[in-house]
Ligand binder design. Structure first.
Ligand SMILES: CC(C)(COP(=O)(O)OP(=O)(O)OC[C@H]1O[C@@H](n2cnc3c(N)ncnc32)[C@H](O)[C@@H]1OP(=O)(O)O)[C@@H](O)C(=O)NCCC(=O)NCCS
Length: 150
C-alpha cells in the first residue's frame, strides 16, 4: 500500500465517496476549494486508479485538524484508514506539528472506535453541530492526540 497526494483531479471521486459516507456530504466544488487553500492538504490511496480512501487536513502553526477521512465501503476494515492516518502522523511530526484535532459526530461510533484505537481522546463536545434528518442537530465530539510518537 502507498499514499499519494490528493489532487484537484480527484475531487469528483472524493465527493462521491464523501456523499456516500455522510449525511449532506461535500460536493466536488467544496473539495476543489479546500485543495486550493494553501493551509489544506490531502493524501489518498488508490486501487487500479480508483480512489479507495483519502484524508484531508488543515495546518495552522503548531496545530493540525483532520477535516475528513473516508475509506470506500468495499475497502474498509483492511487497514487503509490506519495507513492514511499514520502517514499523516509522519508528515506532521516531520513538520514539528504536535497537536492534532478532529471532530466526529456523536452517532458515528465506527469512527470514534477507529480514532480511540489510534490513541485519540475525547477533549470536548460541541452541541447542535451536525445536521440530521428532520432538521435535527446532533453534537460533535472533539478528539485530540499529541504527536510525539506513532
Ligand atoms: C473510519 C474509517 C475511516 C476507518 O477506515 P478503515 O480503513 O475501515 O479502518 P482500519 O481498517 O484501518 O481499522 C483500524 C481499526 O479501527 C477500528 N475500526 C474501524 N472500523 C470500525 C468499525 N466499523 N467498528 C468498530 N471499530 C472499527 C478497529 O479497531 C480497526 O481495527 P481492527 O480491524 O483490527 O479491529 C472508515 O470506516 C470510514 O471511512 N468510515 C466512514 C467515514 C467516516 O466516518 N470517517 C471518519 C470521520 S472524519
Amino acid at each position: 500500500m502507498r499514499v499519494l497526494p490528493l489532487t484537484l483531479e480527484d475531487c469528483g471521486q472524493a465527493a462521491r465517496l464523501h456523499q456516500a459516507a455522510f449525511f449532506k456530504g461535500w460536493k466536488e466544488k467544496d473539495f476543489q476549494e479546500f485543495l486550493k487553500n494553501p493551509l489544506i492538504y490531502g493524501l489518498k490511496t488508490e486501487e487500479n486508479h480508483d480512489l479507495s480512501g483519502f484524508i484531508l487536513w488543515r495546518e495552522v502553526e503548531d496545530e493540525a485538524e483532520i477535516l475528513t477521512l473516508v475509506v470506500a465501503p468495499f475497502h474498509q476494515r483492511k487497514g487503509r484508514g490506519s495507513f492514511l492516518l499514520t502517514s499523516l502522523f509522519e508528515i506532521l511530526i516531520k513538520k514539528r506539528i504536535q497537536n492534532l484535532f478532529l471532530e466526529v459526530a456523536e452517532d458515528n461510533h465506527q469512527a470514534q472506535g477507529f480514532y480511540r484505537k489510534h490513541d485519540f481522546s475525547l477533549q470536548s463536545k460541541r452541541p447542535g453541530y451536525y445536521p440530521r434528518e428532520g432538521g435535527k442537530l446532533i453534537p460533535a465530539f472533539i478528539f485530540f492526540r499529541k504527536l510525539c510518537k506513532i
